[in-house]
Write a protein that binds this ligand. Structure first.
Ligand SMILES: Nc1ncnc2c1ncn2[C@@H]1O[C@H](COP(=O)(O)OP(=O)(O)OP(=O)(O)O)[C@@H](O)[C@H]1O
Length: 275
């Protein structure tokens, strides 16, 4: 089972996607300055599936996720070596505009972060930024309905987004992310600040959203991965050379990762032997 790279480091057996791939992520190395944060990880995101990322703290889950729409470009020391293919274009290609990338590959963050403006304007924000020329109101209503928050807000669209509960705010942020009709939705621990009921609502929503979008989800909650993710990527931390470099240990259908993992490290993590 074990295979090694030219430098003698473990590399995961390639996961063979069963359906079309919307985002094909090949990480060779990701650096912050001199620090090598992630290495050797091939993570394809399949169309209309939820792909979960699990692994111990610091293994690079967020770093990989944020690389997928060039969100990490905002960090000066960040350097990506590899390729992320989206419709046969490398999103790190020289001529690619990161703002356009984020129009097609949207993001929802850990803490709900509605803008200090009305519920309606929050959702219309991305449409206006992208110069959308169609029926704005129709798109806003559609996004709010898809994010399962329309019934909560339909009578108070002019109220501030900040007046909503935490769970409602997160669904509003999801509506904002999907209003521009992205292909891919990157979700970085979207439930970590929510209570159990709001968490369940957002989990159910993620399952509904995959009908229209392809979802990549970072989660610390393994039960959430089993409930929501079709495919799961388990990342570990390599401390063998005195560093702390994250890498893909194993990627497979979620039930296989949790019921019959092939790597000992995955088995130990799933059993809770380290976190
Ligand atoms: N802006 C940054 N500058 C320098 N190092 C960073 C930066 N962001 C993350 N790192 C480092 O990169 C590594 C991977 O971090 P990352 O946040 O991606 O891991 P993670 O698996 O998402 O962790 P957690 O589960 O704790 O959120 C860690 O060692 C972290 O300290």
């Amino acid at each position: 089972m074990t295979s090694l790279s030219d430098t003698g480091e473990f590399i995961a057996k390639k996961y063979e996607p069963k359906g079309p791939v919307v985002l094909d992520c090949q990480v060779n190395n990701i650096y912050y300055g001199d620090f090598r944060a992630v290495r050797d990880s091939h993570i394809p995101i399949e169309k209309n599936k939820v792909t979960g990322f699990i692994g111990p703290s610091g293994c690079g889950k967020s770093t990989v996720l944020r690389s997928m729409n060039r969100m990490n470009d905002l960090i000066d020391s960040f350097r990506f070596d590899g390729s992320i293919q989206y419709h046969s274009n490398d999103i790190y290609g020289k001529k690619i505009d990161p703002v356009v990338v984020r129009r097609y590959i949207g993001m929802v963050f850990q803490l709900p972060n509605p803008f200090s403006m009305s519920i309606y304007d929050n959702v219309a924000f991305g449409l206006r930024l992208n110069g959308y020329k169609g029926d704005e109101e129709e798109m806003v209503v559609k996004a709010l309905k898809r994010a399962a928050i329309w019934d909560d807000v339909k009578d108070k669209l002019k109220n501030s987004g900040l007046s909503l509960s935490g769970g409602q705010q997160q669904r509003l942020c999801i509506a904002r992310a999907i209003a521009t009709e992205p292909d891919v939705l990157l979700m970085d621990e979207p439930c970590s600040a929510l209570d159990p009921i709001a968490t369940r609502q957002v989990e159910e929503l993620m399952v509904e959203l995959k009908e229209h979008y392809s979802v990549a989800l970072v989660t610390h909650n393994m039960q959430q991965a089993t409930r929501v993710a079709d495919v799961t990527a388990f990342l570990g931390v390599d401390i063998s050379k005195g560093g702390r470099t994250g890498y893909l240990v194993e990627m497979d259908d979620t039930h296989k990762i949790f019921e019959d993992p092939q790597q000992k490290l995955t088995q130990q993590y799933i059993r809770g032997e380290f976190s």
